[in-house]
Design a protein around this ligand. Sequence first.
Ligand code: FO1
Length: 301
Amino acid sequence: MKITALAGGVGGAKLAHGLAQILPPEDLTIIVNTGDDFEHLGLSICPDLDTVCYTLAGLANPETGWGRVNETWNTITNVEKLGGPNWFRLGDQDIATHLERTRRLKGGEPLSQITRDFCKAWGISHTILPMTDSPVRTIVDSDEGELAFQEYFVHRQCGPKVKGFRFDGVDVAEPAFGVREAVESAEAIVICPSNPWVSVDPILRVIPLPKKKIVAVSPIIGGKTVKGPAAKMYAELGIEPSALAVAEHYRDLLSGFVLDNVDAHLSDKIRTRTLVTDTLMNSLTDRARLAMDVLNFIGSL
Ligand code: FO1
């Protein structure tokens, strides 16, 4: 079954990894949010792309989900000694990724080609693509004014109250090379358990999804997120954080919705077909199990 998965940060990367454990490379393409990207220390940083790539390559830091495993911090420590910013924790191995990506972007190469080459270098056989090759930047409107995404998420630790989001550049951004084909040729689209507001919405703004099977997995379990600020964002936007709110966020885009056992009571309120299962992914086998559940669910639609 040919699948195209839409993913953002850590939660999305885990399900993408589960799907990659089951589907052969020719049957899975992963399209990743780039709204979190930013320039920092003169480097072009693509956190969600790197989180998905490192996760599929088995290189991701298992504690944080982002950055590299067995990392050292000599460079950022010395940047701090020189009075430079150290709030965005860039590990020594991770900096190599940003140096080489920045060099090639400055040389005019598209982000999608750079990402394909990096995947080869990291031994990833599945196709991972940025949603677009043009710059898109998520701006968080908050009670402290507008904040660039990483400023909000990392520097301010998601403290400010969100009032809304906008995605600079999204109206002129075209889907990256290979994205349209991946979406058209897929039997189904899987929206991974990523933040609907800041990880999935940017992708949906860049890539209009065709009429086909689309299944989303809720990132909210029992009214909370496993990781990240999605539930807090819902609450600050005046919406009760729940799997139901996520299903309604995607409105009539969905053919199916996957929610956790603890939220089973919500499934009859959801207007699309639902699968109730264990959506927590604490291990590699959990990732493959949830991916298998999702694929079987798609097969039943
Ligand atoms: N998230 C943090 O909370 N603190 C950090 O210092 C941090 C550094 C970092 C470095 C590289 C990278 O690829 C991701 C990093 N992240 C960090 C995660 C990043 O903020 C992502 O945008 C989130 O994972 C949400 O997608």
